[in-house]
Write a new protein. Structure first.
Length: 563
């Protein structure tokens, strides 16, 4: 059995930044990733990363914008920590060699983003996540950190006394199942966008770490808060960065009207994402869209600016929508983009299960509350990758390896054998996933109402029964995508039920969660986090609630949220 002090699952920005803290601490750290690290979904982040590095800006203003953006349900201690650390992180990444775009003075360039009171989004054209990821990967390679590449975790294993003991891992390249023993596990597995049919997320974003943590006893928090990005391409849902609006792009409806002034008269296109997404959906529902979309107009920016600042967006629009934004508006629509919910942790990334940590989109620290500001996701990944990595490294220095249950590997091996041996009849994983994901988009979208959510909640018991009848067309041992999708589907079912039950329980509208039957925010009853637990006996999700962590700053008191 292989063993390490700290095992990090996920090689995106959070996972790699955490691993570098392990290297710095002198511990034995390893990274497990189901894709090559440079294919991690962090590379898809386009627009930028927030930090108050301008002398006229202040991290406290950034923190207030974040508290307000969260619709006053973010944990204030974690928000303060993130925003104060942000300038340090930016300068560290700059010193590591990140090729940020520069202004005429040679300083790191910053652009305006939604919900911000200052132009504080640092960027590298429209590929910011990619250059940050490559910078950290170079450092990780130089450090000699062991990376288990194209290896998918199938189980998070606990010892008999409830402490994290390690993992059961499937090597996609060889078909081998093997065990990894560790003093601690840090989950940095990203989000769960594939719970929904239309998503900006990669097909790998199936929330594996969240589901494994919940089944190991850790609660998930605020899963009902799912962010819809205002500008996903109409046909594919692929992301068009908020940076396009930050550079001055307009949203127009099918009548050519720039409509955001009706919904956010002060900030227009640069209101927070939940506000812009609802405005777009309203335009579409009221008949001012075209084939389910509105339009992002960049023509007035001019050819040179589009090619210089938004080159990837131009290529995506031409390749996937047949539109050159230099000449015509891009058809876009609100599309599932980000999960504010995740594994519940303290501000240092520790989960309630001993030896378990989480960072990035897989975690709910909670710095985003009910709605994340654009530019804060990349910041979250690196800040809490660093903080959680340091905290976990300190933890393992005094921890011990706990007993690894002898039957853990055998149970997973038997499950895989049983799936592969089923006759070719029953339910295909792809068909079941499509049915669930299509239903999630239909009834748990930008607007939600009680009958639709209740209908959706009632479907999960049947989907779980269908899941027990799935069969695999592919029986091969290596690169068996059919097997991977079957394992991921169980995780998606668990997370989908968390989202729906949380949405049904939360009888208010806050941030990305908008209930037509409860259109107002209710601070008296609902300024609290939803916690979702796995009920093993009932094979279902149960809910509980937890107070928001506050710091006593009177500026953070809830008030009407307008843009």
């Amino acid at each position: 059995m292989k063993s390490h002090d700290l095992i990090i699952v996920g090689a995106g920005l959070s996972g790699m930044r955490a691993a570098l803290e392990g290297v710095k601490a002198g511990i034995d750290v390893a990274v497990v990733t189901k894709v090559h690290p440079l294919r991690s979904h962090s590379c898809a982040a386009q627009g930028g990363i927030n930090a108050a590095i301008n002398p006229n800006d202040d991290w406290r203003v950034h923190a207030y914008d974040t508290v307000k953006g969260s619709d006053f349900i973010g944990d204030e201690d974690a928000i303060d920590l993130m925003c104060e650390e942000a300038p340090i992180i930016i300068h560290e990444m700059d010193q590591m060699g990140t090729p940020f775009s520069r202004n005429d003075n040679g300083d790191i360039a910053q652009r305006p983003f939604g919900g911000a009171s200052f132009d504080r989004t640092c960027y590298a054209a429209d590929r910011t996540g990619q250059v940050l990821l490559h910078t950290l990967w170079e450092r990780l390679v130089h450090s000699g950190t062991h990376v288990y590449e194209e290896c998918h975790v199938f189980k998070l294993v606990l010892s008999a006394d409830g402490h994290v003991a390690g993992l059961v891992v499937y090597d996609i390249k060889t078909g081998e199942l093997f065990t990894l023993r560790g003093k601690a596990v840090l989950l940095a597995t990203g989000g769960y966008g594939r719970v929904f049919l239309s998503s900006t997320n990669a097909t790998t974003n199936t929330g594996d770490g969240m589901a494994y943590a919940m089944r190991a006893g850790a609660p998930l928090a605020d899963m009902e808060f799912v962010q819809f990005h205002p500008t996903g391409l109409r046909t594919s849902g692929i992301l068009v960065t908020e940076g396009a609006r930050g550079e001055g792009g307009y949203l127009i409806n099918a009548e050519g009207e720039r409509f955001m002034g009706r919904y956010a008269p002060k900030k227009w296109e640069l209101a927070s994402r939940d506000v812009v997404s609802r405005a777009e959906q309203t335009e579409i529902l009221e008949g001012r869209g075209e084939n389910g979309a509105i339009f992002l107009d960049l023509r007035h920016l001019g050819r040179d600016k589009i090619i210089d600042r938004l080159p990837q967006i131009r290529i995506l629009a031409m390749d996937l929508e047949g539109v050159d934004p230099i000449d015509a508006p891009i058809p876009v629509r609100p599309t599932v983009h980000y999960s504010m919910g995740g594994i519940r942790t303290d501000k240092y990334g520790a989960a309630p299960v001993p030896g378990l940590f989480a960072a990035g989109e897989a975690a709910c620290v909670s710095v985003h509350g009910a709605n994340r500001l654009g530019g804060n996701s990349l910041l979250d990944t690196i800040v809490f990758g660093k903080i959680t990595g340091a905290h976990a490294s300190k933890y393992v220095k005094t921890a011990r390896l706990h007993d690894f249950p002898a039957d853990a590997l055998g149970e997973v091996e038997e499950r895989v054998r049983e799936l592969k041996s089923r006759p070719d009849r029953g339910v295909r994983p792809a068909a079941l996933h499509h049915e669930m994901a299509e239903s999630m988009n239909a009834w748990c979208g930008v607007y939600r109402e009680v009958n639709g959510i209740a209908t959706l909640a009632g479907k999960f018991a049947g989907w779980r029964q269908d899941y027990e009848r799935i069969h695999l067309d592919d029986k091969s041992p290596i690169f068996n995508v059919d097997l991977l999708r079957a394992i991921e589907l169980r995780n998606l079912l668990d997370l989908g039920e968390c989202i729906v039950k949380g949405a049904l329980a939360r009888e208010e509208s806050r941030g990305a969660h908008f209930r037509i039957d409860f259109p107002n925010r209710d601070d008296a009853n609902w300024r609290k986090h939803t916690l979702a637990f796995w009920d093993e006996a009932g094979q279902t999700i149960r809910l509980d609630f937890e107070a928001v962590r506050t710091v006593g700053n009177p500026e953070y008191a809830p008030k009407e949220r307008t843009y």
